[in-house]
Design a protein around this ligand. Structure first.
Ligand SMILES: *Cc1c(COP(=O)(O)O)cnc(C)c1O
Ligand code: SF4
Length: 359
């Protein structure tokens, strides 16, 4: 995954592009910001911030983070997101989502680079056709945050299309198959792409007569709420397609006033808002975190859609919650929440015709 900055025509950056530019890319800077720079990280059980690198050298004491930064999926977190982390707390559930733990170097048998079999379902470059009636367009490798458990962390983004012209084969393939009713813009994060280009793409999609629905999978409204520009809302509002936006929020602390406002702006385009979460060890694998998250979502008119069992992606095994524990949590959630606030607990199995419900 790469971080792409898109200079505008005038050479000035819009507010959200500026947020990308000043985001934390350096573990040391993030630790200083959180008041953790002089706190030794806990080493045993709760070691989200393990301070030993693979040679046993302390990361933060020597501030020897060069090797981490060179990784293709380096630390990357916006100031907006970091400002919602609790200070001086290695166990903060937002910090744990982005902290580059030494455990990422552990090679776990059965944990793969392409755990969900994406590469086998590619219909055209960047176009995945896995499920009936809907296709997923991998529009960019860029995200506004690097979630350490990401199942696409090893996706070969460099071979995916980069411009409207390069998407033509994918668009032609959608046009040629009138069983496709829904296009899912995904990535990476499709809102990494500037409004002018999104606008062209949405126009092009709306011209395909058998398309009925547009879905956008994005984390931008959480990590950079200012990405939800009035231009973007106009572009969405203008589309004839039925609009569904799937957010990605794992913990209630990710939602603040600016997020609420971004969500309200999106709703004004006529879009229906859903959320997907990943069940993550040490982040949301307890009943109170899950119930509080669902309550916060429905109070903001966002429907909890999926709770994903972690995909077995290499480098992320330390985030796994056993399925038996996940089932128990969902049973408990049902006792405490309105039926519509209990997300579907699912996992993705390569070759299956849909995501598989766990119950
Ligand atoms: C998850 C996914 C979808 C969407 O599935 P829904 O169950 O409709 O949310 C579509 N395509 C791919 C490749 C997916 O991974
Ligand atoms: S925002 Fe989504 S695609 Fe991007 S790193 Fe996080 S989980 Fe992966």
């Amino acid at each position: 995954m790469a971080i792409v900055e898109h200079p505008t025509k005038t050479g000035t950056l819009s507010s959200w592009q500026h947020s990308l530019k000043i985001a934390f890319r350096d573990s040391w800077q993030l630790l200083k910001f959180l008041g953790l720079a002089s706190e030794p990280a806990p080493l045993v059980a709760n070691d989200a911030g393990s301070n030993l690198d693979s040679n046993g050298k302390s990361r933060h004491l020597y501030s020897d983070i060069g090797s981490i930064q060179e990784s293709p999926f380096a630390l990357f977190v916006t100031r907006e997101f970091a400002s919602r982390m609790r200070k001086s707390d290695w166990n903060d559930p937002l910090l744990r989502q982005v902290w580059v733990d030494a455990k990422e170097e552990i090679v776990t048998p059965g944990y793969l680079k392409d755990p969900v079999g994406d590469s086998k379902t590619e219909l055209a470059p960047g176009l995945l056709h896995k499920y009936h009636g809907r296709v997923l367009l991998v529009m960019t490798g860029a995200c506004a945050i690097h979630c350490r458990y990401c199942f696409r962390r090893h996706y070969p983004y460099s071979s995916a299309p980069k411009s409207i012209d390069e998407w033509e084969p994918a668009l032609d393939a959608i046009e040629a198959d009138n069983s496709i009713q829904e296009v899912i813009l995904s990535g990476g994060d499709p809102l990494s792409i500037v409004d002018s280009v999104l606008s062209q793409l949405l126009d092009r999609l709306a011209k395909i007569p058998h398309l009925k629905r547009l879905r956008i999978h994005t984390r931008f409204p959480i990590v950079i709420p200012s990405r939800i520009t009035s231009r973007f809302i106009d572009i969405l509002s203008d589309s004839r397609l039925s609009k569904w936006i799937v957010l990605h929020i794992n913990h209630a602390n990710e939602i603040d006033d600016e997020v609420y406002q971004a969500v309200d702006r999106m709703r004004r385009s006529g879009a229906i808002l859903l959320n997907q979460s990943v069940l993550l060890e040490g982040i949301n694998n307890d009943i109170d975190s899950l119930v509080t998250l669902s309550e916060k979502l429905i109070n903001a008119n966002i429907l909890p859609y999926y709770l994903h069992q972690l995909d077995p992606v290499q480098s992320a095994a330390h985030f796994e919650v056993p399925v038996a524990k996940g089932k128990q949590l969902v049973v408990e959630m049902a006792k405490r929440l309105p039926g519509f606030a209990v997300p579907k607990y699912v996992y993705e199995k390569s070759g299956e015709p849909n995501k598989t419900l766990i119950y």
